[in-house]
Design a binder for this molecule. Sequence first.
Ligand code: PRE
Ligand code: MN
Length: 358
Amino acid sequence: MGNNDLQQLRQKVDEINSQLLHLLNERGRVVQEIGQIKKLQGTKRFDPIREREVLDMVAEQNEGPFETSTLQHIFKGIFKASLELQEDDNRKALLVSRKKKKENTIVDVKGELIGNGTQSFIMGPCAVESLEQVRLVAEAMKEQGIKLMRGGAFKPRTSPYDFQGLGVEGLQILRQVADEYDLAVISEILNPIDVELALDYVDVIQIGARNMQNFDLLKAVGRVKKPVLLKRGLAATIDEFIHAAEYIIAQGNDQIILCERGIRTYEKATRNTLDISAVPILKKETHLPVVVDVTHSTGRKDLLLPTAKAALAIGADAVMAEVHPDPAVALSDSAQQMDIPQFHEFMEELKSFKNKLQ
Ligand code: PRE
Ligand code: MN
């Protein structure tokens, strides 16, 4: 047995491979026709009785050398692939997927384009506490040429006894200050009944991590004409995150920004574990812009700059962080918000890093 024999046998295998390939696709085309008939008849695609018939045929006709169970396993794989082939386009390719739409979705927030290749910054306090507090942050943002201001009016806190936000009054403060400084407002809405009200005050509705699978809320923001910033759930897989965005787009709203904000792992050195690889994965799998929230993912001021650099380097469309005029007295996330001088230093470093990247 020499090399020539091996080559000849491989040639034979190659011929059989082509035949198998041809036969599998021919089978696929017939199965697609079956699928169309089933659709017209309104019958289910999955037919276990028919599959049993085929598996019995395999057992009856099998002459070896493969074990019957091995061949039946292969046929089960063929049934599965055939069922997928019969699926509707919508089920196969999600509306948020790159498969469905090749071009990037660009979200226009009062003239600031997110997802067009330029990288933006979203800054602001964790929670709105007073007009003066928001004004001080807005002034610093304006100095840095930042347009997108975040701020919580409805705060989903771990403890019901912690500050829950100023509610509508908080939204009013955000709107007033944003108008004074020509900024755009991003604020979280917790309840579907508040979505209509939010339209008057915010430029982007934020869906927080804890609500990523609040399907009624996702549907409600899907029905309005307002950009949505959807945060990844505390323990959500990328697939679950993508499907949450699908709930929004399925209702008609395609102005969606995805936000990676860290996930819960066994690691205790950071508040959450920033899943930086989620950024390119989300950008590859979907056509939506992707933002990285460095404040909530790390929960550490000393990690804001390195993680923000990583986010820019890996291709995030924006970096989000929290700023407070006096973090020590902040009513929420006190330990991790930057004060104003720290914010300016952070921005200067980040801007020069961004320039080096280009
Ligand atoms: C097929 C696929 C899936 C069904 O569960 C059963 C059989 C197959 O691949 O053989 C085809 C088909 O849809 C059918 O015969 O009804
Ligand atoms: Mn916060």
